[in-house]
Write a protein that binds this ligand. Structure first.
Ligand code: AG3
Length: 283
């Protein structure tokens, strides 16, 4: 049987059985593959790195979306940069009163996700509350004068086309698109194997925002342990929101989740010591 061999990080490879290749295409922008695996269901990879799987995407996307939305408490507009598979958009659609703009550079990812992994977007692309724009997210945030309460940067890892989405310039442009008290969340990799990415984002975001931190979740198909989401905002109270307030908001929103709970939300911000040390180490 064919093996998918990830090799995203040096010295460690994730090998997945390829039960069946569902789709494979090299677009102008990236090398995309969708295949079937007995544990993860359909898996989408870009340039040889796992992006989304049918079975564990709920963990990644629920934590990406519900943590900032419920911490903020008054989100009416959300912006997704990347996220072409529609998983983050599906989570945002669970809120009746949120309008979503999504900017992805590659239409192919959107079309293939819709066609071959429909449960990931779950109809979000047909929802009139979603405004999908196919464009370069970097240019978009430079040029728009709209504002959003939450910006979700659902990017690939910082290699190749996704690299610009980790620069200080890009973070500053995103900040320019935030309404007052707004929150930016980033996909910040798996700290055990991507320490320098964590540190770099921490330093760059800290130059711009009053409250910068990370929260964690284990995504089984991202090899190397827990993954970190970057958290950046000028409103220091968002991270200190109480459990009872979160429970109130969660119940009020009436959303169904499979990973997220208000308790998990607060616990996710507790950083193990070795990860705290990565942020403060003098190099
Ligand atoms: N965004 C995250 C990709 C992370 C890949 N890293 C890895 N395989 N360790 C993908 C888009 C999901 N909506």
């Amino acid at each position: 049987m064919e093996l998918f061999d990830e090799g995203l990080h040096s010295g460690v490879n994730l090998a997945l059985n390829v039960e069946k290749v569902v789709y494979r295409e090299k677009t102008d922008l990236q090398d995309l593959m969708i295949f079937e695996n007995s544990q993860f269901g359909r898996v989408m990879s870009l340039d040889g790195a796992v992006q989304t799987t049918e079975k564990d995407e709920f963990i990644y996307h629920e934590m990406f979306v519900h943590v900032p939305v419920l911490a903020h408490g008054k989100v009416s507009r959300a912006l997704i940069i990347g996220g072409g598979d529609g998983g983050a958009a599906r989570q945002l659609m669970k809120y009746k009163n949120i309008a979503v703009t999504m900017v992805d550079i590659d239409r192919t990812v959107v079309e293939l996700s819709k066609k071959y992994m429909p449960s990931v977007s779950g109809g979000a692309f047909d929802d009139p509350r979603l405004n999908l724009i196919i464009a370069d997210g970097c240019k978009f945030v430079q040029e728009t004068d709209e504002k959003w309460d939450v910006i979700i940067i659902d990017s690939t890892d910082p290699h190749g086309p996704g690299e610009v989405l980790y620069t200080q310039e890009f973070y500053a442009d995103c900040k320019g698109c935030l309404s007052s008290g707004g929150i930016i969340i980033t996909q910040n990799g798996v700290p055990f194997v991507q320490e320098s990415e964590l540190r770099t984002s921490y330093d760059r975001l800290s130059n711009l925002f009053k409250d910068v931190s990370f929260y964690l979740a284990a995504i089984p198909s991202y090899v190397g342990g827990v993954m970190a989401y970057g958290w950046a905002t000028d409103e220091q109270d968002h991270r200190k929101v109480s459990l009872s307030r979160l429970v109130e908001r969660y119940v009020e929103a009436g959303i169904a989740t499979d990973y997220y709970t208000p308790e998990v939300h607060l616990a996710a911000f507790a950083l193990p010591l070795h990860i705290q040390k990565m942020l403060t180490r003098e190099d």
